[in-house]
Design a protein around this ligand. Sequence first.
Ligand SMILES: Cc1cc2nc3c(=O)[nH]c(=O)nc-3n(C[C@H](O)[C@H](O)[C@H](O)COP(=O)(O)O)c2cc1C
Length: 254
Amino acid sequence: MPEPIPILGPFVDQFTVLLEEKIPVFSFHFGPAPIEAIREIHAIGSIVLATATTTNEAKTLVEAGVDVIIAQGFEAGGHRGTFAVSYEHGLIGTAALVPQIADAVSVPVVAAGGIMDARGIVAAFALGASGVQMGTAFLACPENNIPEVYRQAVLKCKDEDTVITEVFSGKPARAIRNRFIREMENNRDKVLPFPAQMSIGRFLYQTSAQQSSPDFASMWAGQGAALAEALPAGELIEKIIQEFLAVTASLQLK
Ligand SMILES: Cc1cc2nc3c(=O)[nH]c(=O)nc-3n(C[C@H](O)[C@H](O)[C@H](O)COP(=O)(O)O)c2cc1C
C-alpha cells in the first residue's frame, strides 16, 4: 500500500524561485494567497490572479489584493476553485456568474468554464469579462503530454460525459466519467482528504493510462470537451482569432 507523499515541494520553496525569476503573472486556485505573498508579488511589479466561483469569493479576493478575478463556472474542467462555501454552493454556470462578478468588483474579470471557441469568447466579453481562460480546449493539442487514452477520451467525449467528483484527488473536480468514478460513488467514505487521495491514487491512475485503459485513469475535462480539436496549439489559437473576427462581424450585421 503506497503512503501519501507530498505531490509538490513546500509553497515557500516554489514561491521563492518564481519571485527570483520575476514571473509576471501569478495565478492562485483554492483561495487567496497569503497577504504577505501578494505584497511580495506586487513588489516585483507582477500581478495576481485568483479563481472565484461566487460573487462573495470574488469580493474576498479583491479585498486580499488580487488584481484580476477568474470567474470559474461549473462547466470548467479540473478542480473547482471554491474556497469560501461548500463546493455545491459554488456550482454557478459561467453565463450567470461572469456578469454578477463583473458588477460586484472593479478589477478585470476573466471568464472560465465551457469556453471552447470564438463563440464562447464573444459571449464572455458580452457578459462583462475582459478575457477568458480556456483549459479543456487545449487538451487534445499534440503539445499536451496527457496519455493517449485520455486524449482519445476527450475527443470522444459528449456533453453529458463529465461529472464533478472528489474521487481522484479528494477535492471536487470535473472529469470524464469512467469505471473508477462509478465504483467509488458507492465508496465515498473511503475517499481521503486532498491531496492524500491523489497521492495514494496516482499510481493506479498512471498505470491504467499506461495500459491504455481509461477505466482507472484521471481524465479531467470540462463540459465543452466535445468541441476540443486535435490541432497544434498555435493553429488552434489562430483559428479562434479568425473565427472571433467572423463572429463579431456577423453580430454587427444584425
Ligand atoms: C486538465 C486540467 C487541469 C487544470 N489544472 C489547473 C491548475 O493546475 N490550476 C488552475 O488554476 N486551474 C486548473 N485548471 C482549471 C482551469 O484553470 C480553468 O478553470 C478551466 O479549465 C476553464 O474551463 P474549461 O476547462 O471549460 O476551459 C485545469 C483545467 C483542466 C481541464
